[in-house]
Design a protein around this ligand. Structure first.
Ligand code: KG4
Ligand code: ZN
Length: 362
């Protein structure tokens, strides 16, 4: 198959991103990757303000796309397709990127590929390593926490998901309780440096249980209460370290269950594990997951840090993989605030226990 060159656009949360990726012989090359964050605009709100995000995307999406093409040394005419995130995410932002992608596709006559943001995270490890399908995926970001079996492009089976908060959301909310800046994940990782995680006892929700679901709300409450009592920098460091260890520990515990199930269904040659999403940038999380994989002989993959958090290179690659299969989108495709990767699981089992969707952000 000849090379496919795709421009990716990502605007589903608080990063405006554009990137050009070339897919050739099943391997990806990132020709450019532009990410414009909005952290300053959201800092006063202590979280992402959807309307502020949408307006910020409108202001810079064209600049980001132009820059991505310039850095790749390409013109629109050199592209094979335009790929844009069509959900899930903050709908105002998703609409900005998707509408921009549609306009580019219409004006240039190139095909449009509407990409599921989560599918972007799922392929992100393939941006710089040869990770063949199938693989087991732990997707951990600000809005998502789920374990999936990924059989191929658009073929995901969900094994478990969070019953309450996503892992990144837990980092962010607990970071706020500890008086850290937003986003809490990287701030908490820095605050935990040199801390002793054993100085605090925090709940280990679902530890040792069957199944692959997650729960962080008990930890969030316990950490918020402990934060009220801490005295001085050292205690804060210890509490941050304990929180980080608790989150990493739960991710590793639930992943171990999923790895065991996957190993029963797949031959040793297919034992591959990928962690993706913003929380995959955390070193304690990576180390805990690597250890679990080594124990049961799984190959461990994590994208480079720049491709863990939101970026458009992963959207361009997911778009290129879809394009290679002829999976393009009509120009009237809709932006979707919710768009589960495993639509069947979400339809068959839409409710969990008595409240809410299966997996808060699934
Ligand atoms: O994938 P992402 O950029 O956006 C979503 O799709 O949600 O993930 C952002 C999340 C935030 O919750 C942020 O706090 C978390 O990833 N995060 C981290 C780290 N870097 C980002 N969490 C823990 N440690 C980090 N180093
Ligand atoms: Zn994301």
């Amino acid at each position: 198959m000849s090379a496919l060159t795709v421009l990716g656009l990502e605007t589903s949360c608080d990063e405006t991103a554009a990137a050009v990726v070339r897919l050739e012989g099943g391997r990806a090359a990132v020709l450019s990757s532009v990410v414009r964050g909005q952290a300053e605009a959201h800092a006063p709100f202590g979280g992402v303000a959807p309307e502020v995000a949408a307006r910020a995307h409108v202001e810079v999406i064209d600049v980001a796309a132009r820059q991505a093409l310039a850095e790749a040394n390409l013109a629109v005419a050199d592209l094979d397709a335009i790929a844009a995130t069509a959900g899930p995410g903050l709908i105002g932002g998703v609409m900005v990127g998707l509408a921009f992608g549609k306009a580019m596709a219409l004006a240039s006559g190139k095909p449009l590929v509407a990409v599921n943001h989560l599918e972007g995270h799922a392929v992100s490890a393939r941006l710089d390593a040869d990770v063949p399908y199938p693989f087991l995926l732990l997707l951990v970001s600000g809005g998502h926490c789920q374990l999936l079996e990924v059989a191929g492009v658009g073929a995901c089976k969900r094994l478990g998901a969070t019953l309450d908060d996503a892992a990144g959301e837990a980092f962010d909310k607990i970071g706020r309780s500890l008086g850290l800046s937003f986003p809490g994940g990287p701030a908490l990782e820095a605050a935990a440096e040199g801390g002793d995680p054993k100085r605090f006892t925090l709940p280990k929700s679902l530890a040792g249980r069957d199944g692959c679901d997650f729960s962080f709300s008990g930890l969030k409450t316990a950490a918020a209460r402990a934060a009220l009592k801490i005295n001085g920098e050292e205690e804060r460091r210890n509490l941050a370290a304990a929180v980080q260890a608790a989150i990493a520990g739960q991710l590793a515990d639930r992943t171990a269950v999923a790895l065991a199930g996957y190993a029963r269904r797949h031959p040793p040659s297919e034992r591959r594990f990928v962690v993706a999403g913003g929380v995959a940038a955390n070193r304690a999380v990576r180390a805990a997951l690597l250890k679990v994989c080594e124990e049961v002989d799984f190959a461990f993959f994590a994208p480079p840090l720049a491709y863990c958090t939101d970026n458009a290179a992963m959207i361009a690659l997911a778009g290129a993989e879809r394009l290679a299969l002829g999976l393009t989108s009509a120009l009237d495709v809709s932006a979707r605030p919710r768009w589960p990767l495993d639509e069947a699981a979400a339809t068959v089992e839409p409710m969990h226990k008595t409240a809410g969707r299966k997996g808060a952000k699934a």
